[in-house]
Design a protein around this ligand. Structure first.
Ligand code: IMP
Ligand code: MG
Length: 187
């Protein structure tokens, strides 16, 4: 796909993200204190950096599993119909589960995924999203923990992509189209 030229303006620094994750990890530890096993479920692919950082901050016995739901394809538009492309490897019945997502946008993805996982009768099911765009919401969904609320901007970095690019940026940046530049200024 040929891509209109764009630049990336930093919105949330790597340092701010790390500090916020440390704060959130204390809340998560308090919630799941005494668990014999917490299954931390990352939604592929956007949460892969976030889940890696969160689990390393958690002083709890954890297992990690992954689930992939269909989302944007290669564009900037959300698809309202959510499909499970890759399911969990393990059973979660009777388990404590934390679902980790990169962004809650329209809310369809996490709403669908949490309902699906709830139907498998976990002991406890909570969710955390690094970013939340509350003004974009189309379904009534609230994540239990949010890293940062952001305005309606298209963002990349820290695992989050635009047409599969820019996941490797250590910070969160917003995409700004610039006809002047031929290439993104960050890769
Ligand atoms: P929702 O179902 O509309 O809440 O969409 C959530 C998914 O859309 C996220 O997991 C992301 O993969 C994707 N998404 C939403 N906003 C952005 C963005 O600003 N940049 C990149 N992906 C996004
Ligand atoms: Mg996603």
């Amino acid at each position: 796909m040929s891509q209109r030229p764009y630049v990336i303006d930093q919105m949330i620094s790597a340092k701010s993200i790390a500090a916020r994750i440390e704060e959130l990890s204390h809340d998560i530890e308090a919630e799941f204190k005494g668990t014999d096993k917490l299954v931390v479920v990352g939604l592929l692919r956007g949460s892969f950096v976030f889940i890696a950082d969160i689990v390393r901050e958690l002083d709890l016995p954890v297992e990690v599993d992954f689930l992939e739901a269909s989302s944007y394809g290669d564009g900037m538009e959300s698809s309202r119909e959510v499909r499970i492309i890759k399911d969990l490897r393990g059973a979660i019945e009777g388990r404590d589960v934390l679902v980790v997502e990169d962004i809650v946008d329209t809310g369809h993805t996490l709403n669908h995924v949490t309902h699906l996982l709830q139907s498998r009768n976990p002991a406890r099911l909570k969710s955390i999203a690094l970013l939340d765009k509350p003004t974009r919401r189309e379904v009534d969904f609230r994540s239990d923990w949010i890293g940062f609320e952001i305005p309606d901007e298209f963002v990349v970095g820290y695992g989050i992509d635009f047409a599969q690019r820019n996941r490797n940026l250590p910070f969160i940046g917003k995409v700004r189209f610039s006809e002047a530049d031929a290439e993104p200024d960050q890769t």
